[in-house]
Design a protein around this ligand. Sequence first.
Ligand SMILES: *[C@@H]1O[C@H](CO)[C@@H](O)[C@H](O)[C@H]1NC(C)=O
Ligand SMILES: *[C@@H]1O[C@H](CO)[C@@H](O)[C@H](O)[C@H]1NC(C)=O
Length: 490
Amino acid sequence: MATFIFPNLLISANSVVFVLLILCSWKKSYAFQGTKSSTDSNDLHHIIHVNALLPSAVCNSSTKVSGLDKKSSLQVVHKHGPCSQLHQGRAKNHLTHAETLFQDEARVRYIQSRLAKNSGSRSDVKETDDANLPARDGSVVGSGDYIVIVGLGTPKKQLSLIFDTGSDITWTQCEPCAGYCYQQQETIFDPSASSTYSNVSCNTALCNSLFSATAGNPLGCESSTCVYDIQYGDSSFSIGFFAKERLTLTSTDVFNNFLFGCGQNNQGLFVGAAGMLGLGRDKLALPSQTARKYKKIFSYCLPSSSSSTGFLTFGKGRGSSKSVKFTPLSKSFRDTSFYGLDITGISVGGTKLSISESVFTTAGAIIDSGTVITRLPPAAYAALRSTFRQSMSQYPKAKKFSILDTCYDFRNYKSVTIPKISFFFSGGIELAIPQEGILYSISVSQICLAFAANDDVSDVAIFGNTQQKTLQVVYDGAGGRVGFATGGCQ
Ligand SMILES: *[C@@H]1O[C@H](CO)[C@@H](O)[C@H](O)[C@H]1NC(C)=O
Ligand SMILES: *[C@@H]1O[C@H](CO)[C@@H](O)[C@H](O)[C@H]1NC(C)=O
């Protein structure tokens, strides 16, 4: 009977009420201000060609990835860029900057609400609030997503999946699309054409393990096949059969019986991608399912722009790992899908901002592959903005754009000098944000500081993907740490 899938579709579409996002208005003054930068050395600044800040319409896939074994890595491209297969012949895939930042805000609100509700160990959450809340996070489809191509089934089918460190379950749209399949670039996966596909049965431990990977949504059963239901914060969702299949990551890395969702009802902002690749911390996420081979280690490099390519690689010793600096995973988000970080400070132009430690510890921070703009506690953002503005005072200002409130008009410049920004993390590591990660370009006359403030001191901070560009980011789930190396890709 198809009774499970269809009624659920109705509930799904209506149950997520989208609250209109009222972008925050920032307070004019804050207690903590940075001290003035007194030196003017080039070590403390980036000199950037203005042309390089503007996107190119052609893919330059010849970009070099240093010291990386290409056979064992997947190529990473931005969902909306010219290097994405999804881009070809589909003008509609292009999001405006306003849409990008609006969706980014939706993703951030959703992550923050999940983490606020889930933090049972935190003293600011009342015991009674916890009782009827899901045990784990859900996840969100964002605007800033990156794509890799994996092989599924036998013979294998190439599928473009959005990879997400904030998601657990991997799924793809599946024939016969009993409910609905949105348009995707590749042909939809057909399990009946694969010799290695098998369904997971209801009332098994495997089926029950879905509970934590799908934010505690009720499990379903159809003709004794286990049914998953993953809801994303923006009312996107995928519902279908929970199944096992052969997953081919690279020519040498093939996994039999990989658990995934064979989506029969799929809707949302997936923009032509065939589904999602979950890189979160649940046991159904890819790092745990492949832990025997990779020890829950993976790393990626997000390209400097949507017109170049990066990589996603699994396991230890792949890629240039010598210069990786590690910070321990934060204990704050241990029981969630997310990878928590402890930020301890920020410097601008070589000067450490005076921000009291409690500003960062109050709500904690996570790193996310799908959030575009780094969100900071209000006091930390105010200090960053103030010092950044001081060192940019020679440039004409431009009006604010969406969540970005510190913008400049670079029309009359060939190159500009911007202060270097570093983040400090527990373990005493300093991460110099690459120059590609400091500004967000709307147009040459409106180029903005690519950071934003959270509304509230209790909102989790998020280290977003603009700031991760060109870094090799190493997730070491078994070692309980996250590492960074500069110059991972271009
Ligand atoms: C493509 O990337 C390479 C390596 O970064 C660079 O040298 C070359 O100039 C780029 N080509 C274009 C057309 O941007
Ligand atoms: C998987 O389960 C669904 C629902 O019961 C069924 O329609 C389908 O034929 C099954 N596929 C296989 C290969 O058993």
